[in-house]
Design a protein around this ligand. Structure first.
Ligand code: ADP
Ligand code: MG
Length: 471
């Protein structure tokens, strides 16, 4: 497979001129040291039926996440074991959930990730995980789809793809619409007449800031909503909850007092996002308010690997979804096992020690780079005490199809064997009367070298891609 050098130059230029940018390092000051996000030169093939399957279950999955988040007893019972083994994080989130009031308007922006599994030449959709917090790359992913479409229309760039097989990707529009719906419902419900802003809570020095800024700009352009990027510490320094439960802020970057409508978290999903007690204090302050948290702590907990493992057990998805929807969702599951001693964990660990290449060991963490595979998985399971094991779940390994593509990173193109992970965004808004708007909102395809076990784009392993639908 060869890339046209002119095509690669065009792709790099497209990326740079259409905002497909990331910070070169965490240390690079904002606006300095930008480079294009790594991407594939061509769109990668995705089975058209699998793509449709993923699309069909997006709204049911939105309902599933929402329904579980409403069921505090289910969350607390299911997570009791891991919260003891992972006291400092899952345990803390559970305690925070318990202390938090329920808000009547809710918003979730999720991304459901899949591989297309291949066995005996049969392709089927298999879920890798549900992302309930900080599902990123809505903006850059949608732009990657447009970049591939642009390149595919040109006769000399050698893409050899039929543009009709490149699905439209409205991820950014849908995510912005979700935030706007929740913001407007909030303003009305609480009769906010003064300045009202949406917050995006971010990590200081996030290399993915440009993906966030594109959403910020879209909210202003399309909905006249001021979305302000803040850190946990900004909120703690400049925010307070008033007697009506509203989160009031006087942020220097806004220059006047304003009420927060939506708090959209793009951080807060791993312990490292809380380097001191102050970040937890800020989180608790926001959680105490009536602002629409995306996600609420309860929703965030739905995204734990433990809940996803339990959902694989018979009857669990069916508690929350009707038969037809549950079976469509369930068909995407691979087997997951508890490692808690009281739930047959010993036998599961023995099975994985015997066949380490067939499993993935997952802790209650997100963002890539935390899972264990192969020899590391075996060594970890041998070393861990029964108590430590209970913080992990074991998942059957999915074997996606390996294809060839060209990865362009830092301006350099290289041919690589890759596997692709398809993500479908789902947006779900509930108003104070329980009326729901729930919709699928575009996709994200991330590809990584077939030899790499783990990894997302932010973790420096995967690159942006877009699907090319094949039969
Ligand atoms: P995180 O929350 O850290 O993103 P994931 O469950 O998405 O956790 O796992 C990270 C990466 O590990 C995935 O993007 C995928 O590449 C790989 N992975 C996860 N689960 C499996 C699995 N069952 N089979 C094969 N690879 C997997
Ligand atoms: Mg993931």
């Amino acid at each position: 497979m060869d890339a046209s050098p002119r095509g690669v130059a065009e792709a790099i230029s497209y990326a740079a001129t259409h905002g497909m940018l990331i910070g070169q390092s965490k240390q690079a000051p904002f606006g300095k040291g930008l480079c294009h996000a790594p991407f594939t030169y061509r769109p990668s093939p995705v089975d058209a039926k699998c793509y449709q399957h993923a699309l069909d279950i997006t709204v049911p999955l939105n309902h599933l996440v929402h329904a579980i988040a409403q069921d505090a007893e289910y969350l607390h019972t299911t997570l009791a074991g891991v919260s003891k083994a992972d006291e400092k994080f899952t345990g803390r989130l559970l305690a925070l959930e318990k202390a938090s009031p329920k808000t009547d308007i809710q918003l979730s922006i999720c991304r459901y990730d899949y591989f297309v599994h291949v066995e005996h030449d049969v392709r089927s959709l298999r879920m890798v995980e549900l992302n309930v917090i900080a599902a990123s790359f809505g903006a850059l992913g949608a732009e990657t789809s447009r970049m591939h479409r642009f390149l595919a229309t040109h006769p000399t760039y050698n893409l050899h793809v039929d543009v009709d097989r490149l699905p439209e990707n409205d991820a950014l529009t849908g995510i912005a619409r979700g935030v706007a719906l929740a913001h407007n419902l909030f303003r009305k419900r609480y009769a906010v007449t003064g300045a009202c802003i949406a917050l995006m809570v971010v990590e200081p020095g996030d290399q993915n800031a440009y993906d966030q800024h594109i959403l910020q700009a879209a909210l202003w352009r399309e909905h006249a909503i001021d979305l302000v990027r803040v850190t946990f510490l900004d909120v703690l320094a400049h925010g307070a909850v008033d007697s009506a439960g509203l989160l009031q802020l006087n942020l220097p970057q806004v220059g006047k007092p304003a009420t927060a409508s939506v708090v959209y978290f793009r951080t807060g999903y791993v312990p490292e996002n809380y380097p001191s007690e102050k970040e937890w204090e800020a989180r608790a302050l926001m959680e105490r308010s009536m602002a629409v948290k995306c996600p609420s702590t309860a929703m965030q907990l739905v995204g734990t690997k433990k809940i996803q493992q339990v959902l694989d057990s018979p009857g669990e998805v069916e508690r929350f979804l009707n038969g037809a929807e549950a079976s469509l969702v369930r068909r995407t599951f691979v087997r997951q096992y508890s490692l808690a001693a009281a739930e047959g964990g010993e036998a599961a660990a023995d099975m994985a020690i015997e066949r380490p290449h067939d499993f993935v060991l997952k802790p209650q963490r997100e963002g890539g780079g935390h899972n264990l595979y192969d020899d590391e998985l075996e060594a970890a399971l041998r070393k861990m005490s029964a108590h430590e094991r209970a913080a992990y779940v074991l998942m059957q390994r999915i074997r996606p199809q390996v294809i060839e593509n060209i990865i362009v990173r830092d301006g350099v193109a290289a041919q690589v064997d890759v596997v692709s992970e398809l993500g479908m965004y789902g947006v779900h808004v509930t108003d104070a009367d329980g009326k729901v708007e729930s919709f699928a909102s575009g996709s994200l395809l991330r590809s990584k070298a077939a030899s790499a076990n783990d990894g997302g784009v932010a973790a420096g392993v995967a690159v942006l891609d877009s699907p090319y639908l094949v039969d």
